[in-house]
Write a protein that binds this ligand. Structure first.
Ligand code: PEP
Ligand code: MG
Length: 879
């Protein structure tokens, strides 16, 4: 077998930063820092290949590894002058796991390895601090017992409690610690027979424990859900211990080369005097600020307490950042005035900080614009402008749904739109909880901080509308049971009642109990616009937005949309007056009452269209004629039916009768889309009239209007031919009436498999195609997008699918249909304009595919426009 043990120390290392696969992230960086001549305590890294061998060969070490480990120890002994197991100047190690990608759920760290009854005396003698030595020993016994021997920590806690009730371990004196160590050793002996006093035996067991922790169910689950290969293995880092808890002049801390929350270029971090690393991370002590950049009390800063050490650390952090060309997160320890670096890695940061840092690094001349583009995952941009959960806040997750629209939201639970409004008017934050939402819930959704539904998928009404509004939303949380009658919902054993606080994380789908602190949405400091300018200069795909109101259109334009790719006219009926008129239309029994109702709809739609055209001056606006089945505009529950009947002045029975007549077994496969245009042409006629009148009116005011009229759900070429004629007839009428000449185009959504296959014939009648990948996905897969949350978790659980094809475009299946339609459509009409307006227009995987097949544009919800712009650049650059 190839080399398994890689030494680092004394300015030399066998590995380097390039060996991340072989040495893990931590090991590669320790090697690299050592090569740079930085003060890294010496040690060695056992390779990931050794780990893989361990599993392949029934937990046996590769041949020669034992000798190499012993050789590594000898080298460390030579460098440090200490001896492993020595009674006078004992060498102690830390043993840590370190996979190529960080992986929660694996064994983390054993500190102070090498201690036993003899070496503890040596440590006391060498450090001149007996209390410290025994404190290190008790830490080791517990940590080793817990993570290597898998003895439950409660057994140690019981000993501690029986000996010294109510006194913290760090308040015990030397004698008490000695007694505690005796007690802990007995726990170990009781649990596993004997305490391995031999340091070599300890090391062997710790190395094996790290290897084994790679295969725990938690670690395996994490790999599966995050697409991390099973054979990446973990490395083991064995490194000389240095002590931050050796009294005065000793300390430990964590530093970031830039502020990880904002990205500002300030040196930032926390430290604790006289403590070990775990104390900072564990949150058991309140750490102090490194310097004064974060409103710190000057006396408490490392800068004031240890000015020389601080100056050295500041110099090193600058070197590290310059070397790695990115923000670093550094762990350090100061032992009796000497500074050591224990780890450096690319620092985690908030989305806003990520953008700021990437852009700043370009202006500082450290990376190129293209590198900056490549450093940002497109999805991150949707989160920059949203509140996020405070990472430090404690949270109790009570359930999980599908992440439908990112951002964190806390508020009091309400179950009805009206209640949401009432509480909102009183200045309270609310979260609207529904089984599913419908147009009637719009008001409540508008005022709510966040939306949670127990049903529906990522293209359900709630998801699409929330995304359009830029609101945090979790959908399809099938583990929660909503009881409207009793005004509560169950999440496992937890009952959440109306008025109780919950918090949602729309990026992960988590539902949490209580009012968890959030960090406010960042405002763009200019960094995001700068990054997106660089993106636009490289992208080929244009990015439009799906927007149904003037306000959304304005926002979309601010976020960089170059047109509207989908205006869903049904969303205009969210307005109560329009909804009422629509209901009258549906209930009308003769032509005259239908015309009367339509006459009410017309001015409302016209006004909406005018606003959108004004917002999109000079840019194309694709307006889709009515698509959903009509029953969606009518109430469903008996109470709502009586209220609506009363409002409309009809008997509830009559309304019920109409509902019965409209009932369909599969409404998604039913009377909707162009089928409505065929059976109730007056609806489409009214909509076309409204939009062209609006276009004429604003163009008379000097606004440049480019309307594109779109017919949904076409599957028969003749359908489009007929509708095109309908549009042209009305246009002729309207334009003659207003005396304005106006260009418009007519096209279709491609959202049925049949439409893809007959794209050449359909193209004869179309100026443009816009792929409706929401419907195209559900029609191709043969599931209903509103019901999939019921069975989809099983597909995830079985590992059949990695994610929902409604959220991440199915390039393999649905992609074939899109490709076919593009080829056939373009063969019939070379210059036909091609776009996509399904939710995948904001999905980076989809965007790469749409770039590759040669679409002209993608269209997505306004808040995803930045995501799509960056993803389009990534696709063009092949990142
Ligand atoms: C689609 O089907 O992709 C689409 C955009 O239309 P809707 O989601 O409104 O059905
Ligand atoms: Mg559709």
């Amino acid at each position: 077998m190839a080399q398994t043990v890689f030494f680092f120390g004394g300015g030399q290392a066998d590995g380097s930063a390039a060996d991340k696969q072989l040495l893990g992230g931590k090991g590669a960086n320790l090697a690299e820092m050592t090569r740079l001549g930085l003060p890294v305590p010496p040690g060695f890294t056992i390779s990931t290949e050794a780990c893989n061998h361990f599993f392949a060969q029934s937990n046996a070490w590769p041949e020669g590894m034992e000798a190499s480990v012993r050789e590594g120890i000898a080298k460390v002994e030579a460098l440090t002058g200490k001896s492993f197991g020595g009674a006078h100047n004992p060498l102690l190690f830390s043993v840590r796991s370190g996979a190529p990608v960080s992986m929660p759920g694996m064994m983390d760290t054993v500190l102070n390895l090498g201690l036993n009854d003899e070496t503890v005396a040596g440590l006391a003698e060498q450090s001149g601090n007996a209390r410290f030595a025994w404190d290190s020993y008790r830490r080791f016994l517990k940590m080793f017992g817990d993570v290597v021997l898998r003895i439950h920590t409660s057994r140690f806690a019981r000993v501690h409690k029986s000996l010294y009730p109510g006194i913290d371990e760090d308040k015990l004196d030397t004698e008490q610690l000695q007694a505690l160590c005796r007690g802990y050793k007995q726990v170990v002996e009781g649990a596993v027979g004997h305490f391995p006093a031999d340091p070599w035996e300890q090391l062997e067991a710790a190395i094996n424990a790290v290897f084994e922790s790679f295969n725990t169910p938690r670690a395996r689950y994490y790999r599966k859900t995050n697409g991390i290969p099973e054979d990446c293995g973990t490395a083991v880092n064995v490194q000389t211990m240095v002590f931050g808890n050796l009294g005065e002049g000793s300390a430990t801390g964590v530093a970031f080369t830039r502020d990880p929350s904002t990205g500002q270029n300030i040196f930032f971090g926390e430290w604790l005097p006289n403590a070990q690393g775990e104390d900072v991370v564990a949150g058991t002590h309140t750490p102090r600020a490194l310097n004064q950049d974060k409103d710190a009390d000057a006396q408490d800063t490392l800068k004031a307490a240890m000015p020389k050490v601080y100056a050295e650390l500041d110099g090193l952090q600058n070197r590290l950042e310059a070397h790695y060309r990115d923000m670093q997160d550094i762990e350090f320890t100061v032992e009796k005035g000497t500074l050591y670096l224990l780890q450096t890695r690319t620092g985690k940061r908030t989305p806003a900080a990520a953008v700021q840092i990437a852009v700043d690094l370009v202006s500082e001349g450290i990376i190129t614009e293209e590198e900056a583009l490549g450093r940002i995952q497109p999805e991150l941009l949707e989160m920059v402008l949203r509140p996020t959960l405070d990472p430090k806040a404690k949270r109790k997750v009570i359930g999980k749904g599908l992440p439908a629209s990112p951002g964190a939201a806390s508020g009091k639970v309400v179950f009805h739109s009206e209640e949401a409004q009432e509480l909102h008017d009183r200045g309270e934050a609310v979260v609207l909880v529904r089984m599913e939402t419908s147009p009637e819930d719009i008001q409540g959704m508008t005022v709510a901080e966040g939306i949670l539904t127990s049903r529906g998928g990522q293209t359900s009404h709630a998801a699409v509308v929330a995304r359009g509004m830029g609101k945090p939303c979790v959908v399809g949380a099938s583990e929660i049971a909503v009881d409207y009658g009793r005004q509560l919902f169950y999440a496992g054993d937890t009952v959440i009642r109306r008025g109780d606080f919950i918090t949602l994380d729309g990026a992960t789908g988590e539902i949490m109990e209580g009012n968890i602190p959030t960090l406010p949405a960042a405002t763009d400091s200019g960094a995001m616009s700068q990054l997106l300018e660089w993106a636009d200069a490289r992208a080929r795909l244009q990015v439009r937005a799906n927007a149904d109101t003037g306000r959304d259109a304005v926002r979309a334009r601010e976020l960089g949309a170059v047109g509207i790719g989908l205006c869903r006219t049904e969303h205009m009926f969210f307005n109560p007056v329009a909804l009422r008129a629509m209901r009258q239309l549906i209930l009308a029994e003769d032509k005259r009452s239908r015309q009367r109702a339509l006459a009410q709809v017309l001015p409302l739609q016209r006004a909406d269209f005018e606003e959108i055209f004004v917002a999109m001056d000079g840019l194309p606006v694709t307006i889709r004629l009515l698509d959903p089945p009509l029953h969606e505009f009518l109430p469903a529950s008996p109470e709502d039916i009586s209220t609506v009947a009363e409002d409309l002045g009809v008997k509830p029975e009559k309304l019920q009768e109409r509902l019965n007549a409209l009932h369909e077994s599969n409404p998604m496969l039913g009377h909707r889309g162009v089928r409505l245009g065929l059976t109730s042409p007056e609806i489409y006629e009214t909509q076309v009239r409204a939009l062209l009148e609006a276009a004429a009116a604003v163009s008379a005011k000097g606004i440049e209007v480019l309307p594109e009229i779109m017919i949904p759900l076409v599957g028969v070429p003749g359908e489009l031919e007929l509708m095109r004629k309908l549009v042209n007839d009305i246009a002729q009428e309207v334009l003659a009436e207003v005396g304005v000449d106006l260009d418009y185009s007519v096209g279709t959504m491609i959202e049925l498999p049949r439409a893809c296959l007959l794209a050449d014939q359909i193209a004869q009648h179309a100026d443009f195609f816009s792929f409706g990948t929401n419907d195209l996905t559900q029609m191709t897969w043969g599931f209903s997008r509103d019901d999939m949350s019921k069975f989809f978790p099983a597909y995830m659980h079985e590992g059949l699918l990695k994610g929902s094809p409604l959220a991440t475009f199915d390039t393999e299946g649905v992609g074939q249909l899109v490709r076919t339609a593009v080829e056939r459509g373009r063969a019939a009409k070379e210059r036909i304009k091609l776009g996509i307006c399904g939710e995948h227009g904001g999905d980076p995987v989809g965007i790469r595919f749409f770039h590759d097949v040669g679409l002209d544009y993608v269209s997505c919800s306004p808040f995803r426009v930045p995501v799509a712009r960056l993803a389009a650049a990534h696709a063009a650059l092949g990142i």
